[in-house]
Design a protein around this ligand. Sequence first.
Ligand code: TRP
Length: 344
Amino acid sequence: MDSFAATVARMPALRTAIEQHPEDYRVLTGERPTGRLHLGHYFGTIRERVRLQSAGVETFVILADYQVITDRDSAGNVREHVHGAVLDYLAAGLDPASTTIFTHSSVPALNQLLLPFLSLVTEAELHRNPTVKSELAASGRTLSGLLLTYPVHQAADILFCKGNLVPVGKDNLPHVEITRTIARRFNERYGPVFPEPAALVTDAAELPGLDGRKMSKSYGNAIALGMTADETAAAIRRAPTDSERAITYDPANRPGVAGLLTTAAVVLGRTPQEIADELGDAGAGALKRVTTEAVNEFLADHRARRASLTVADAVAVIRDGNARARTIADATLDEVRVAMGMVY
Ligand code: TRP
């Protein structure tokens, strides 16, 4: 069994432990605010966060704004993306009274943890990280110091609040691993301060984009949660299909058709095969109609809740979250100073 399969195999026991003792866990998770959140985020991560919150697990969500500039020249519309993400979180059911939503750049003590943490890893370990390697390749650029070291920064995201449970997709598993390494090495050198967090890997299948490729803002194949019903219809209308009347689920040869079938299936809680069978010889137009209706119905409540909120609501939530995160980060950094003998 490879280490990913081993991690996945541990998930049922971990889920049971969380259900039985939610008070033993503190969740830290988050994302890079590089664009609008989409259906892939909803099924991949947001739904899980709401579940954990409802199960009574204390939850922190970071909008990792410094991570935006790991592989690009400007932060872009980061403010707009942060506000939009907060609105989607609220619409999806995250409750800011119990879940702390915050940004990197607002929590100085979190960032300062990066300095002692960087001393705990070697250059070779940084270069070996498979996710950094693939992100570097995808960026088509030279390696920035921040891209090379961002997994260590992510360890600071997790450890500043002593998070011990990190819901992540497969691509972020190496970062949880390095976080465990950093926590262990710190504790060995300076005394016990940090937990060694566990990854909680989502069991949801990855939702492909409308063209069957990975769903991504940059491919333009995503359905943003904040789209209107008409924008959704237009995005689905543009999705590439073929002229074959028979609708079959064949991801390898008909990626566009398969992308639409999977999207409809996920929001309807059914299988792509069932929907293909039902459509029979109805053609791509019918598939697009069914998919549009299914998505719009699924997102109707989310969108209504989102529309009832304002940017001012998002600003209030993020300011409050940042203040809470600062208090916690200051306390942890104080402990780190004491452990390291740097109290003056
Ligand atoms: N790298 C994560 C992503 O976009 C985002 C992230 C930043 C994160 N800090 C984190 C996830 C800490 C989990 C824990 O996929």
